[in-house]
Design a protein around this ligand. Structure first.
Ligand code: SAM
Length: 294
């Protein structure tokens, strides 16, 4: 988002959501009302399992960068983690606060306005720093990574979800949306609209094409060690009418053992098909940092 246009894009998007009071469309609800809530529920469960496995269970401090409505942060907060959300958009944070309050989380969730390139928190003050759907929107990820890594304590964990533009289930989902929109509009004899369906393939904001290796390099260049990047999320989001939305959710629900296996698998198929990348790295302990700089 060195293309400042992207920041403006998100600011405007949040203003629209605030106006429509759509503050928990993507909240990881225990009883999801739409496919986004279900997708986020699955991701929130994955995050909790991952943090516990990496030795950062409840009680650990977490900074969620570019938190938006802070769905994952609120879910962690409700389950005992000490979460701070950071976002450049005050509108997003207003929605995060309403989201938190409506799910029974009060001032335990701290919310800060600021840029991830220069987070307004002391260096090394968090056990875990996370970002979901943030990194891929920057042309130059260096300053963003430096800002985030600075806030992790030595020995702490960095976790990012990167939804980059690459061949995966996401592209399959967009192709499906394009074909569905073209067929629907042709059936209604709306030829111009049918021809415009190709736009479904193109995101309306900057999205970097970044594969697993590129993503791994970004984390390593920021000084993280034990870096691991793998594909998650087999079911892409689809633009469906309400009647089909419920059917899609029930399919995902029935496939939940498969989704759990998929998100943990890390093999050729899951890494190629998974529409999102999970990237994890450790900030070296001070003794290791001194050894590598000497
Ligand atoms: C794609 S949204 C993701 C929101 C949320 N993490 C989620 O997964 O739903 C990216 C978020 O990053 C925020 N953002 C963009 N640039 C930022 C920056 N330089 N510093 C802090 N936040 C930023 C935007 O306001 C937006 O809320």
């Amino acid at each position: 988002m060195n293309a400042t246009g992207s920041i403006d894009h998100f600011r405007k998007q949040w203003q629209t959501h605030v106006a429509a009071a759509e503050y928990d469309v993507t909240y990881p609800a225990e009883s999801p009302r739409n496919q986004w809530q279900l997708l986020e529920r699955i991701k929130a469960d994955l995050m909790r399992d991952l943090l516990v496995k990496e030795g950062h269970g409840p009680g650990s401090t977490v900074l969620e960068c570019g938190c938006g409505t802070a769905g994952i942060g609120i879910d962690l907060g409700l389950k005992g983690w000490c979460v701070t959300g950071l976002d450049v958009s005050e509108d997003a944070l207003e929605m995060a606060a309403r989201n938190a309050a409506s799910h029974g989380l009060g001032e335990e969730l701290k919310l800060l306005v600021g840029r991830v390139e220069a987070p307004p928190v002391p260096d090394g003050s968090f056990d875990v720093v996370t970002s979901f759907g943030l990194l891929e929107h920057f042309k130059d990820m260096g300053p963003v990574m430096d800002g985030m890594v600075r806030t992790i304590r030595p020995g702490g964990l960095f976790v990012a979800e990167v939804v980059s533009f690459r061949p995966s289930a996401l592209v399959a989902g967009r192709l499906f949306d394009m074909a569905a929109s073209a067929s629907y509009n042709l059936a209604k004899l709306r030829v111009r609209k049918a021809l415009q369906s190709w736009r479904k393939l193109v995101p309306d904001f900057y999205e970097k094409p970044l594969g697993r290796n590129g993503c791994r390099r970004v984390l390593e260049q920021a000084g993280l060690t034990d870096v691991r990047v793998w594909g998650i999320r087999p079911f892409p989001p689809l633009g469906l009418p309400e009647s089909l939305e419920q059917k899609y959710m029930s399919l995902m629900g029935r496939a939940s053992p498969f989704v759990k296996w998929f998100d943990a698998a890390d093999n050729v198929f899951t890494n190629a098909w998974g529409w999102s990348l999970m990237a994890v790295g450790v900030k070296p302990a001070l003794s290791d940092q001194a050894r590598s700089s000497s």
